[in-house]
Design a protein. Structure first.
Length: 107
């Protein structure tokens, strides 16, 4: 199992990687935490992006989800399988205020 911690960028920018699969056999995402370190509410977008595609409305899985200030959104009931080159990307209404922690396991 691997843990990946990444600050989430501002939503005025193209969503950045919070996980990129580089495993030959693929990886399964088991849990994701999005922690709002700020005092105010923030909105977060999360995208599952295949191969060489870009994050857009066709691959968004969480759109403008509000995370209360000082709270954490836990996503642990959905398991996603990534092939080499697939990415999990995110952006938020304020940059560097949300930290994404992703737990994966190799296949």
């Amino acid at each position: 199992m691997a843990i990946h911690n990444t600050p989430v960028i501002d939503s005025g920018q193209v969503a950045a990687n919070i996980f990129a699969c580089s495993s030959t056999n693929g990886d399964a995402l088991t849990t994701m935490y999005l922690c709002n370190r700020s005092a105010g509410n923030l909105q977060v977008n999360v995208y599952v992006v295949p191969g060489s595609f870009v994050a857009n409305a066709n691959n968004i899985i969480y759109s403008n989800v509000t995370i209360t200030g000082g709270d954490t959104l836990v996503i642990d009931w959905e398991k996603l399988v990534f092939a080499t080159g697939d990415t999990l990307r995110a952006n938020a209404s304020a940059g560097d205020s949300v930290v994404a922690t992703v737990s994966t396991i190799g296949l």
